[in-house]
Design a protein. Sequence first.
Length: 137
Amino acid sequence: MGMKIDSTKVTVAASQEQVAIFLKDSQNLIHILPKDQISDWKASSDDCSFKVQGGVTISLIQDGCEGNDKIFMRSGEKSPFPFKLTLHLSAVGATTEGYIAFDGEVNMFLKMMVEKPLTNLFNYMSDKLKVHFDQQA
């Protein structure tokens, strides 16, 4: 069954191009993850993997983009279930509005276990993206 999650929308104090370049390099994702809740971080520009609390490994692979508007990622083979992430970015003047959309294939039991932690993770990543660029400004 499909499970969809949209993170909170954030406004980032950087141009859409700057934010897109940052997110298209998987090595940068460490800057927007909750470092105290992940371990075994590995990354190249095209993919990354890490363990979350509970010992589950998440691997993300860059999967193309639509210009700077959408960046696509998909689950790697180590992930516990197949999913896609779409990072939506909209230019709003000199700033960028963005959010993360998750679409995963999980059974009912797994959905009950992972929906809340994943929602919290994506909201954290959105908020942290804003903070990261606020600190650069």
